[in-house]
Structures are given as C-alpha cells and as structure tokens.
Design a protein. Structure first.
Length: 260
C-alpha cells in the first residue's frame, strides 16, 4: 500500500459521477485532495482511490451533482479552497476550531484518533514516552499539533514531512524514532507491510478523538447541499458498506451521528 502511495505522489486524476452527463465541465464541483493518505485517498494505477473517494462519490450522487476530483497535495488544497479555486476538499481533514475560523465544514463523517508508529523493540509505549525522541509528523496536520502539545511547539526533535508516506519511510530507514499519524493510516501500514517490523501504539489517554469533514470556502452555499446528502448516505447503510470495504469492520454510526 505504501509503495502504491509513493508511486502516485504528485500525480492527479479526475473522477465524475455518472449522473447528468450533459452538464458542462464548468458546472462540475471542483474537489481537491492529497492522495498520499491510504486508505483514505491514494493513487492506484493513475487513479485516486480510497475510503474518502468512495464516500465522496456516494454523497455527490445522492446530491445529484457532478464533480471533478484532483490530487494537488496537502498544503495546496487548503490554499485552493481558501482562494475559492476549488469548491471543496476531501482528504481526511480534521474539523477543529482553528480551521473553522477560515473554512466551513460538513457534518462529521469519520471518527479518528492518533497512533504512534515505532520500530519493533522500541522503548516507546505511549505518547509521553515521545519526550526526548525524534518524532516524525506530517506538516500542518493535527498530528503535528498533538506532538507539539507533548514536546513543545519549537522542539527541534519534531521532524516535519510533506506527507505521512515520507514520514513513515524515514521511520523505517531510522531517521526518526516514531511517527504520529491517524489510527487508520497507522493500522493500514502495519497490516500491509509486515516485513517493515513496525508496530502501532494506541494511547487514548493522551490522544483525543477527532472527526473528519468535507471542507469548503467560508460562506460556501455548497455545504447546505452536501450536509443532507452526507447524512442520508450515513443513515441509509451505504456508509457502512463503504466503511466495511476499506476497514473490514462495522463503523460506530451512533457515535458519529451524535456529533451532528
């Protein structure tokens, strides 16, 4: 999975729903992502695939809208949405109070928490053990924020990477002693790369749950159309179908709906 993601870095792909084929391309909703975050979005044979991609497709079909999905990278997607060059972004983006000052978000669609990736045999057992260690994070993410709360914002032991793929590769190669990333990403890497001898550590005491949402420009009218469609997908059973496809288990729908 990691190799696939690496091969796709910097590429882009378009995806449109099957409805409304006569619509002009300019009418399509422009959606951007960072396709380096398996299993949520990553490149496979030149196409963007993943949980977020399938969910987006289901929501847009429910809303009756055509869309175009492009892979432009993590930092650029925020700039594109803020500058209204894109209509929305989907990229396992955590809803938090700082981002809500600049962007609007849909109702939550995924509950996540951070995990710590370490090499087998590491003395790191929980988040507090990261003190004094060199820790890799994806720059500009809530994983970075979580580590900064423990080590300090200016700590030189926090090594920032363009994406989680590169951070994990640096861990495998011995450049960092740990990587903090989202639980689904951590578990996916461990499952698909047994030879890397890396393990994932859960620490719900020091890492709180977070929720992902679709991100829009501030004041976007699109949110009012996406929210009811997303809720319908979640309640209809389609969300559970997509979730089980990518994570192999049932989602906690009740807990997710409580956040709405």
């Amino acid at each position: 999975m990691l190799a696939v993601a690496l091969a796709g870095c910097g590429s882009s792909s378009d995806k449109t729903s099957s409805s409304g084929g006569s619509e002009k391309e300019s009418k399509k909703v422009k959606v951007v992502t960072d396709a380096t975050f398996a299993p949520f979005e990553y490149m496979d044979k030149g196409k963007i695939v993943g949980f977020d991609v399938d969910l987006l497709d289901a929501v847009m079909k429910e809303a009756g809208m055509e869309y175009e999905l492009k892979n432009i990278g993590w930092d650029p997607l925020f700039a594109a949405v803020q500058g209204k060059e894109a209509d929305m972004a989907v990229s396992a983006i955590t809803i938090d109070k700082d981002r809500k000052q600049t962007y609007d978000f849909s109702i939550p669609y995924f509950e996540s928490t951070h995990m710590i990736l370490v090499k087998e045999g590491s003395t790191i057992k929980n988040a507090l053990d990261l003190k004094g260690k060199v820790v890799g994070v994806q720059n500009g993410t809530t994983g970075q924020t979580a580590v900064e709360k423990i080590l300090g914002a200016e700590n030189k032991n926090i090594k920032k990477f363009e994406n989680s793929v590169v951070a994990i590769m640096d861990l495998v190669n011995g450049g960092v002693e740990a990587v903090v990333t989202d639980n689904a990403v951590a578990n996916e890497y461990v499952k698909n790369n047994p030879d890397a001898k890396v393990k994932a550590i859960e620490d719900r005491k020091n890492f709180e749950s977070e929720f992902y949402g679709f991100m829009f420009p501030k004041g976007s009218e699109l949110k009012a159309k996406i929210d009811p469609a997303l809720k319908k997908v979640i309640e209809s059973g389609k969300y559970t179908e997509i979730y089980k496809k990518w994570f192999g288990k049932e989602p906690n729908i009740d807990n997710l709906l409580k956040q709405q």
